[in-house]
Write a protein that binds this ligand. Sequence first.
Ligand code: ADP
Ligand code: MG
Length: 659
Amino acid sequence: MDRPLRVLIVEDSEEDCLLLNDVLARGGYGVTYRRVETAEGVKAALAEGNWDIVISDHRMPQFNSLAALKLCKELASNLPFIVVSGSIGEELAVSAMKAGAHDYIMKDNLARLVPAVTRELREAESRRQRQSAEQALEQWRRRTESILDAAGEGICGLDAQGVINFINPRGAKLVGWEAGELIGKPLHETLHHSREDRTPFLKQDCSLCASLRDGLAHWMDDEVFWRKDGKAVPVEYTCMPIQKDNNIAGAVLTFQDITERKEADNALRESNRRLERSLTELHQTQQQIAEQERLHALGRMAGGVARDFNGTLSKILGFTELILTSPEKLGSPEAVRDHLRMISAAAREGSQVVHRLYEFHRPRRDTEQFKIVDLNTIIERSLLLAEPKWRQEGQTRDTPIEVRREMQPKVLVFADEAELQEVVTNLLSNAVEAMARGGILTVRTSQDENRATLEISDTGEGMTEEVRHRCFEPFFTTKGDCGTGLGLASAYGIIQRHRGEIQVRSEVGKGSTFAIQLPICSGQQKQSSHQGTLAAPKDHPLRVLVVEDEPMVREMEVEYLISDGHVVETAGDGSEGLRKFRASKFDLLLIDRAMPEINGDQLTETIKKINPDMPVILVTGFTERPGNGHGPHRANLILSKPFCHATLRKAVGQVMAAI
Ligand code: ADP
Ligand code: MG
């Protein structure tokens, strides 16, 4: 089958044209041709396109082969161009070839035509293929280049010796060089020769160079590259080696300028430092404020003590003076007794204040009378005592208080019953006082595995934030002369000693809730409480030795004991006490704890060594803290000063009942 061939024939002779056509047809080509003989004809034909080859006569009346060739080169450069001429000289043929003709053939040797055409068609085809491959390659190169140009990071190619063979524009810009200037330069010596402090950076220490030795990727984020102008740029880089046939052929380095990040880091560090400084200052200020608050509270407390005692002392002084300055009154025992009663009441009031104040801070005593108590019982008993009072007040004011009970049965704690009762009574009376226009008083008890909870809520006036904050402070009261400000302070101290907690929730106009949490009874505690419970006192005369260095206290103790029918001997210090103890037989010893030379603890200890069963009551002033000696533990009971006759009587009864 004929191979199709589209030929543009540049020829003035129709005859010659037919001849060429004939030769080609015989050579196996199915020829489609057009004959042109002017420049315009060539242009028009080329514009229509799709020619496989151009065959041109050399000399025509208005045209020649060199002009035609020039046009073809301009308009269809890849098209094969063969000159076929009857009269071409050697010189002309050479210049035609130089101008780009692919062959020339003499008209009298047309046998060369078909092989020449076939060859040129093949070569044109391979040129086309090469061209399109080159175009594809160029396209890919441009695309890669534009990606590298657009990359936000510097990208640099290195050969196996660490010499730069490529760098993208961004990379060159970061280090202040033209990309072309860097190609062929060793990277380490050009950009990485010194450290930030300008000391030399040895190649053996350089991670970049290490990549080319160990074939591993290296990443660094705190080094510098040196710009062309001698300035350092902080950089983060990754150097990724390129492996080829098991050898390291080079590496790709990606890097970026981290100036901004470092500045941000420094700014962050600086602001952290500032924050730390402010926190320290804040802490100091807080401490100063706490210290000031403490001093204020102390000042308020001192003021409270002064106010209360002033009141008490005024009464005592007043009545004493009355007796002393009115000799006629001394003649009337009735009047004297009256005044003395007033003095005694005032002194008792003072002692009560001291007692409650002391309750606020005193530590727990080892000998405290703790036993198992049911919180419900304590509440009921306190309500029983308090209720008649407020019922009566409520009736006169027509402002009833309703009591609601939300109590779990048997909420047992290990506690000093009297003290807990004091706490509950204080809370109840505060609640009632807060509900001047009546309201609801709710008492709750509950317990979980560890804690028992007692709550007393009222729907009264509530507390402001400041009052809530300060209500446990000794002498803090909002009730003027009607309040002592000691109820909650002593409640707080008592609950602390029971290893419990007391908290308050309150809202102005809505009411307050005081919640107490106490550890519940464990089995062990239950047992010890039985041992600690004392039986009722017996009532019979005893031989008692009183050892007390303060004459007035000694006299008072003797008076109390004698009036109870006991027989009393006294000693003014520890050694006298010991002597008298050895000399006679006694049923009971009442020993003061704070005495010079031999103190109460030591004396008790000595006596207990001589006779371990000898009952001893140790009398302490509450300014003394329980010592760490053995004395207090050996005494059968500790009695706090000041105490009244009844307290001493009860103590004696308890000790004697226990033996
Ligand atoms: P006092 O009752 O003598 O003022 P407390 O120590 O018992 O002293 O109470 C201190 C202060 O706490 C009271 O003056 C009162 O302002 C406040 N307070 C205590 N309980 C309540 C309560 N249930 N409702 C409102 N305020 C209370
Ligand atoms: Mg009160």
